[in-house]
Design a protein around this ligand. Structure first.
Ligand code: AKB
Length: 337
């Protein structure tokens, strides 16, 4: 008999590292993780890691043959700054990779006769405020506003949200005539900050980079201007959002894609908070105009009312708790050892 599993792609990445450990703690199902690289953490017996590429069709076919996949957390992606350097590769990984996983979910749903759940992290990068004035005026952006992304990554995420919506509503399989049942659910994340990992290739990375550099006594040059403001969230809230959305009864969900957020900060405010914890830190600004231009199009804050109404979304870590209870103590501990 095939083993029932939850599949997590991008398991070695920032969100994956935190999510897999959270899922392993609940211990409900065997975890099947997939990433290009080995995992840097151990998860325990109820876990199989496969090192491989989401674009490898024969690998995906093997997974379908060997496992009964009940839920997919599809995290693998190239982030916004990196995607601007290699847009075609980004399109392949972010769009074609997602399509391959959606196809796998469709096949599994057909075979099982029950909807496979497909949980997809989208991003504030799907928004594209046309001017700084618009960004100032429309600070708490709602799900349907300003969805004109300016980056390859933002376009990829927006299109995959739409693909998920299409496959949830139109009941057509990609390759056959049978009705398909994919239970597609997505959250749009703000910038994420983890105490245990540092992201790479993102445009919101200046916040975690500043904090981790200060804790290691390294000077840091922030690549956006001090006034730049975007929303953020502590990593435990991000993985909680994915798990809580996955657990919500379908009948409560009025949307396919939900904003989630916690606190909104300018780069200067993050610097102040970091200096409060590490007073000797050397943090200056050396804006990179391309990255600056990207964050200028992202909203200053998100309206996540729908998520709080439909599936009781609420972040555990507001700005104070995120820095005082989660980030600073854990980062201090991490680098002092
Ligand atoms: C990035 O900066 O690309 C990501 C994101 C906001 O989705 N952190």
């Amino acid at each position: 008999m095939r083993k029932k599993v939850t599949l997590v792609t991008g398991a070695a990445g920032e969100v994956g590292t935190s999510l897999v450990q959270q899922l392993a703690d609940t211990g409900e199902r065997h975890l099947l993780t997939l990433d290009l690289t080995p995992l840097s953490y151990g998860v325990g017996a109820a876990h199989t890691h496969i090192q491989g590429d989401i674009l490898d069709q024969s690998l995906l076919a093997r997974l379908v043959a060997e496992y009964e996949i009940e839920t997919i957390f599809h995290l693998a992606a190239l982030l916004s700054t990196r995607a601007e350097f290699t847009p075609e590769t980004a399109h392949r990984v972010n769009v074609e990779g997602t399509l391959a996983l959606l196809r796998l979910a469709s096949e599994q749903s057909q075979w099982r006769g029950i909807a496979v759940q497909f949980v997809f992290p989208s991003s504030i990068a799907v928004y594209g405020l046309p001017t700084p004035e618009a960004k100032g005026r429309y600070s708490r952006v709602r799900e349907w506003e300003w969805t004109n992304p300016t980056t390859m990554y933002g376009c990829n995420k927006r299109y995959c949200e739409l693909l998920g919506r299409y496959l949830s509503h139109h009941y057509k399989q990609l390759s056959a005539e049978e009705p398909v049942m994919i239970d597609f659910r997505s959250v749009r994340f703000p910038g994420l900050i983890s105490a245990f990992t540092v992201p790479s290739g993102g445009t919101s990375d200046y916040a975690p980079e500043m904090l981790h550099a200060a804790a290691q006594g390294k000077p840091y040059l922030c690549f956006v201007e001090p006034h730049v403001r975007i929303p953020f969230m502590a990593m435990p809230d991000a993985t909680n959002a994915l798990v809580t959305l996955a657990a919500a009864p379908q009948k409560n969900l009025s949307k396919i894609v939900y904003n989630v957020t916690s606190f909104s900060l300018s780069a200067a405010e993050i610097r102040e908070l970091v200096l409060g914890a590490f007073p000797d830190a050397s943090i200056d600004y050396e804006p990179d105009m391309k990255r600056q231009a990207i964050v200028e199009t992202w909203p200053a804050d998100l309206d996540d009312t729908a998520a709080s109404q439909d599936w009781k979304w609420h972040p555990d870590y507001d700005r104070e708790r995120a820095f005082n209870d989660y980030l600073i103590p854990n980062i201090k501990k991490r680098y002092s050892s």
